[in-house]
Each structure stands twice: as structure tokens, then as C-alpha cells.
Write a new protein. Structure first.
Length: 124
């Protein structure tokens, strides 16, 4: 499962189901401390008028462990490679907290309310 830290905080209770059924799911949590897509919209369409996008930083590794799930953290490329190898070798569920650049936009993107044909492929 791949998720950003903002979206994950909206659904983290699923960790209990994963643990209850000992599902061998690997979570790749891309953690930049923002509601990234909302921040990107505010940057591109609202003149950098940011509101309610800067998230608190729970310790996701400890949170996973509180559910009885292996938690790992990666802040460098080498740590990311090592964490992926460790997750692959682990029989049960794993959450890897990949710390990423604070401000990094995602492309392509579909603007809010737009059709798929209006996808923005890259920054202007």
C-alpha cells in the first residue's frame, strides 16, 4: 500500500485489521508533513495561500509498533534500500516511514473539478 502521511492519518485504523488477520502488507508511507495534494492546489491555483495543510508529525514507526506491526524509518536513499530489504524479509505486515522533501509537487495532476482531459502533465 502506498500513501502520503496526510491520507494515512485519515485511515490509520486499518492497521488493526491488518494485524488481526496478520496480512503481509507493506505500507510505503511518503511523509512530508503536509496534506501534499491540497498544498499543491493552494500553491498552483491560490497564489501560495496555504491553509490547514501543515500536519503534525506523529511517530509513525512507533504507531505501527503500537498495533504490533513492524515499523521502519528511512531518511536517506541507503536507509530506504535497507528498509525495503528488511520489509521483504519480514513475514508479517510492515510500515516504512519514508521521510521526503517537505515541498515536492506531484505530476501529472488533475485540477479540482477538472476532467481527465485537463490533466496537467508537468509544471508550466
Amino acid at each position: 500500500a502506498i500513501c502520503g502521511d496526510g491520507g494515512f492519518q485519515m485511515t490509520l485504523q486499518e492497521l488493526q485489521t491488518v494485524k488481526d488477520h496478520d496480512l503481509p502488507i507493506r505500507y510505503a508511507l511518503f511523509n512530508n508533513g503536509y496534506l501534499g495534494m491540497v498544498r499543491q492546489w493552494q500553491e498552483l491555483f491560490y497564489g501560495d495561500n496555504y491553509h490547514s495543510v501543515d500536519l503534525g508529525q506523529p511517530d509513525f514507526m512507533t504507531l505501527a509498533e503500537a498495533y504490533g506491526i513492524k515499523g521502519l524509518r528511512a531518511t536517506t536513499r541507503q536507509e530506504a534500500r535497507d528498509a525495503i530489504r528488511e520489509a521483504e524479509a519480514h513475514a508479517g505486515p510492515v510500515l516504512i516511514d519514508f521521510r521526503t522533501a517537505r515541498v515536492e509537487n506531484v505530476w501529472p495532476m488533475v485540477p479540482a473539478g477538472a476532467a481527465l482531459s485537463e490533466t496537467i502533465e508537468e509544471p508550466a
